[in-house]
Design a protein around this ligand. Structure first.
Ligand SMILES: [Zn+2]
Length: 523
């Protein structure tokens, strides 16, 4: 059974309406690693709804958290904002908005593109609207219990007069520089390093609970019953452990059904962290891969498996893999293995909308391999030319509008990928004609190979596979290393020793044009 269905069944067995929460602190670019959290929640949400479970998906932005330090992507003018809530710091984009919004905006847009529509909650607003008021009072009333749990489970010594609340200084606006002095319900008097003394009203956004208490408090007031979270919270004595015990002892409720997910690592760079700038942002990822493919990346891997993201050639393999699952689903293609049901389910969960919403056109979707588009995009100078080449290479008489829309969306991804992430080896430019000095440099065995292929290509059936076979077999039967022939073609067409798959590449051109170039190269 697919992992999302396993969790959905657990929720169904527990009964009652379910609230699935996900959340990220918008302290920097929200990267594809963070996407795993919300997408995992979204998959469970969809699976639950399909089981008839009354489930709601939330995205909770911790925008009331303070800016912790001067991240590498911030200018020195942000030093003075360290310690202030992200919702109250100006945007680094100079757009007049807030810091939190600057990073949240693109992320929420990405979610929409992936067909994920959670209810969005901001911690700043939740505090300001008093939604935390009751939970905050309960934490402060039980501060002895809280102190005991935090010290024991996390192993961190806390002072006798520990007040589990972080007031926000009403003079300098910082949360991290204040010291709470007492609990005088509903107020917490405090002093601040800036010299200010004040009194925070805990029913408002005068301050907030520390993270380890904010989390269970949110479970309580929002009624969270399921939550995916990263493995950093899952270690022994980590925040899930303390939050669970606080949830039982202070709020009298069981913690949500957990789902721990592993990191997404960037190939060769280690885990992605917003703070170090080693990131592929969610928006970048969506500009180079179709949204269903990004969903697929998350759906295909059990959350406990770490994912290695390779934004270079790995993208081509990822899209190919998605296409294989799609083939299996839509056309009942070859793979009849034991994982067949799981693969079909993974495909369905990857779609940004349900099959019904796609309508009958889904069965006729024209699939153009991503790597073919990488080649075609670099050869065609216009959309019309691309479509014409597509029809020729894929053997299509016509392309319906739904398919065309999808192909063009993929092409836009390919354009972005080529510009930003593609390795040099896949980039090329078709030479206008072969310069005489290049012709002179053609080694004798390459000339021999091209000569021999003139004959082969004059009569071969003009499609990718036949051309490839003709070149390969034609070379071998004449005692020519096929590699030499391939290199000769690349030099002739691209002025380099390597290029896209040759059979396909040649099939995108007219036969006469290829033969003309060969004659020219040999002259
Ligand atoms: Zn202050």
């Amino acid at each position: 059974m697919h992992w999302a269905d396993v969790v959905a069944n657990q929720l169904k067995d527990k009964g009652g309406p379910h609230r699935i929460a996900t959340g990220i602190t918008p302290s920097g670019h929200i990267h594809v690693g963070n996407m795993r959290e919300i997408l995992s929640g979204a998959l469970i949400h969809r699976a639950s709804r399909e089981l008839g479970v009354d489930a709601t998906l939330y995205y909770f932005a911790d925008d009331f958290d303070p800016l912790r330090k001067l991240y590498p992507f911030l200018g020195p003018e942000y030093t003075e904002h360290i310690g202030k809530p992200l919702s109250e710091i100006p945007s680094p984009g100079g757009d007049g908005g807030t810091y939190a919004r600057y990073f949240l905006g693109p992320f929420l847009h990405s979610l929409e593109m992936m067909g994920v529509c959670p209810e969005v909650l901001l911690s700043s607003e939740s505090y300001a609207n008093g939604r935390y008021a009751e939970a905050t009072r309960m934490v402060l009333d039980s501060r002895e219990v809280v102190r005991e749990v935090l010290s024991r489970v996390s192993g961190r010594e806390l002072e006798e007069d520990f007040i589990p609340y972080n007031p926000k200084c009403s003079a300098c606006g910082r949360i991290s520089t204040t010291k709470p002095l007492a609990w005088e319900a509903p107020y917490v008097p405090y002093t601040c390093k800036c010299g200010h003394e004040g009194k925070a009203d805990t029913r408002t956004d005068d301050g907030k609970l520390p993270w380890r208490l904010d989390w269970p408090a949110r479970w309580y007031w929002l009624g969270v019953t399921c939550e995916p979270y990263g493995k950093d919270h899952a270690s022994a004595g980590g925040s899930y452990d303390t939050a669970s015990e606080i949830s039982r002892k202070v709020f009298g409720r069981e913690p949500p059904t957990p789902l721990v997910y592993e990191w997404i690592q960037l190939k060769g760079k280690g885990a992605m962290h917003s703070s170090t700038g080693i990131v592929v942002t969610g928006s970048d990822m969506l500009r180079m891969t179709p949204p269903e493919v990004l969903r697929f990346l998350i759906a295909r891997n059990h959350p406990s498996r770490h994912i290695e993201m390779d934004p270079g050639l790995g993208i081509l393999n990822l899209v190919d893999e998605f296409d294989r699952y799609e083939d299996l689903y839509l056309k009942g293609a070859d793979d009849e293995g034991p994982n067949r049901d799981d693969m079909r389910r993974t495909y369905l969960l990857s779609l940004t909308k349900s099959l019904e919403e796609y309508g009958p056109s889904v069965k006729r979707l024209v699939q153009v391999p991503y790597r073919h588009l990488v080649t075609l995009t670099q050869l065609a100078s216009s959309v019309e030319q691309l479509v014409e080449k597509l029809k020729r290479t894929e053997g299509l008489d016509d392309i319906d509008s739904v398919s065309l829309e999808r192909i063009l969306a993929r092409k836009a991804c390919v354009d972005f990928w080529l510009e930003r992430f593609a390795p040099e080896e896949v980039k090329f430019r078709l030479c206008g004609s072969m310069p005489p000095e290049e012709r002179a440099k053609l080694e004798p065995e390459m000339r021999k190979a091209l000569e021999a292929m003139t004959e082969e290509l004059a009569s071969v059936k003009w499609d990718a596979e036949s051309i490839h076979d003709a070149i390969y077999e034609g070379s071998r039967s004449r005692g020519i290393e096929p590699k030499v022939t391939f290199t000769a073609f690349y030099r002739m067409l691209l002025g380099k020793d390597k290029g896209p798959r040759l059979g396909f590449f040649l099939s995108t051109m007219e036969r006469a044009e290829v033969l003309r170039r060969m004659t020219e190269a040999l002259s």
